[in-house]
Design a protein around this ligand. Structure first.
Ligand code: FE
Length: 178
């Protein structure tokens, strides 16, 4: 963790040092979310697909992470029972059901219930998007029938297994869990 900056500036501004709620959880601070210097922090999900966990929220059932995809193609057809917020950091992707292309700087709100088909076009070498997922991702077939699912508990388990396998230890995942 980095050292605290000086507590006051020229105007005499001081940090609040009064009581905080006793049940308050600790903050999460990640200095380098892109983890460019440590590939171990990217959890592999499938060939050419990784997830960099930022906040795995077991108490409210959501997770915030960076999705990284290298190489274009079909990723998944899926439905979200809860809302999704996405902010594209790098590259581009789109849903076959919409006429827009999400590019670096694009923000997307995905409404609960929508079934959509995620593709990364072949001319995109690497895509990185911050996603805030709530509840689950329900994978669907071409008829919209659910064929599989993932939720924050899967993400926690997968992260623990990966961090153990790469030598960071399963407990490395704890810093992302609230
Ligand atoms: Fe989606």
């Amino acid at each position: 963790m980095d050292a605290m900056p000086p507590p006051s500036d020229k105007d005499g501004l001081k940090p609040y040092d009064g009581p905080q709620p006793v049940d308050m959880l600790p903050e999460i601070f990640i200095k380098d979310a892109f983890a460019e210097d440590d590939e171990r922090l990217w959890v592999p999900l499938a060939p050419g697909r990784w997830s960099r966990p930022l906040c795995l929220n077991a108490s409210n059932g959501y997770w915030i992470h960076l999705t990284r995809v290298r190489g274009g193609g079909f990723l998944s057809r899926h439905r979200h029972p809860g809302p999704v917020h996405g902010l594209v950091i790098k590259g581009s992707w789109r849903y076959l059901e919409h006429d827009w292309v999400a590019k670096a700087g694009s923000y997307v709100y995905e409404p609960p219930g929508e079934i959509h088909t995620l593709v990364v076009d072949d001319d995109c070498e690497e895509m990185v998007t911050l996603f805030h997922n709530t509840g689950a991702v329900l994978y669907c077939d071409e008829n919209g029938v659910t064929t599989g699912a993932t939720d924050v508990f899967d993400r926690i388990r997968t992260a623990r297994e990966h961090f153990e396998a790469v030598g960071l230890g399963a407990d490395y995942a704890e810093r992302f869990i609230r």
